[in-house]
Unconditional design. Structure first.
Ligand code: ATP
Ligand code: MG
Length: 296
């Protein structure tokens, strides 16, 4: 490939900002955009990682925007490794990763968005959701008994409950966008065959055993239900201010490259220039300098 990085044009293939008519089946988990190997991608990825570090510094210095990055995927699609690699150059103080598991008793005593609100990034920071509010229309949709555990007054839970939740999510994300939080959502699209291969590796290689949860195989049995829940979620919540990226995830090196490039492109699109110094500020700086010099 001739370009030095994946640009907006290359990324358009994976970016969904209008969900109407979106079909997951049109996205190939094995695609690598003409790149043939990890080695070929190495330099591109390194460039992306460095660019993120630079932009993050500006984001913090400007202290106006924040960025929320959501990762959703089937098990073993590579969420953790992607977060680790893509963020490897960024100052840890500027990034906060929250992993969302099954809700606790305390969390179930609140509405389902509560814990997500609390974890949103402050201005100037990048927040990463490793799983997210989307689980409420994914795992909870696939296993409806989870809904019953949520203590919502019965008469409020009707046939359209997931449609309503998707609307609430879209509204939540519009709200964030209007208040200075950019929202980027990544679906790491792994194939069923590749997931099986990764599960077998986790079982067979002692140093990977810890990554394997027996329950993951049970979830795999609901593969089709998950795929259609993902498709519907993307259809109803993709927007220009909160796009989804459907990222091919059968080749981990390619996943990382796309994610890094997409975050880079998003930060690049923000005006991260610093506010010009005011005369008062300049005078204060001169006075501070003079005071330091008087120390001798
Ligand atoms: P890993 O790659 O380490 O397995 P993971 O994200 O799968 O990462 P786990 O601790 O294995 O982490 O799983 C978290 C589980 O919590 C998932 O099965 C997910 O579906 C579940 N979960 C997340 N949010 C909710 C929710 N709102 N309601 C019910 N279950 C949830
Ligand atoms: Mg898991």
């Amino acid at each position: 490939m001739a370009e030095k990085k994946l640009g907006a044009k290359d990324l358009a293939r994976f970016r969904v900002e209008d969900g109407r008519g979106f079909r997951l089946a049109e996205h190939d988990p094995g695609e690598t955009h003409g790149l043939k190997s990890k080695d070929e991608a190495q330099e591109l990825l390194a460039g992306g990682v460095q660019a993120l570090a630079r932009y993050q510094e500006r984001l913090a210095a400007q202290d106006r925007w924040s960025l929320l990055v959501v990762f959703q995927a089937m098990d073993a699609a590579g969420k953790d490794g992607t977060i680790e690699h893509v963020m490897s150059g960024v100052n840890p103080a500027g990034v906060h990763v929250t992993s969302f598991k099954a809700p606790s008793e305390e969390e179930l005593d609140h509405d389902w968005m509560w814990r997500h609100w609390k974890a949103l990034p402050e201005r100037g920071r990048i927040g990463i959701f490793n799983r997210s509010h989307y689980e409420e229309v994914l795992v909870v949709r696939v296993h409806e008994q989870l809904l019953a555990a949520q203590k919502i007054p019965r008469e409020l839970v009707g046939k359209k409950v997931f449609e309503e939740r998707l609307q609430d999510i879209a509204n939540f994300e519009s709200f964030l966008a209007r208040n200075g939080t950019r929202v980027l959502k990544f679906f790491l699209n792994v194939s069923k065959a590749e997931q099986k291969k990764r599960f077998l590796e986790r079982i067979d290689q002692p140093d990977k055993n810890w990554k394997f949860a027996v329950g993951d195989v049970r979830e795999r049995a609901h593969w089709d239900a998950y795929q259609s829940a993902y498709e519907d979620a993307i259809r109803r919540t993709a927007a220009p201010h909160a796009p989804w990226y459907v990222v091919p995830a059968d080749k981990k090196w390619f996943t990382r490259l796309v994610v890094a490039a997409a975050i880079e492109a998003e930060l690049e699109s923000l005006d991260l220039s610093l506010p010009p110094a005011t005369p008062e500020r300049e005078a204060a700086l001169r006075a501070a300098r003079a005071e330091l010099e008087r120390e001798g």
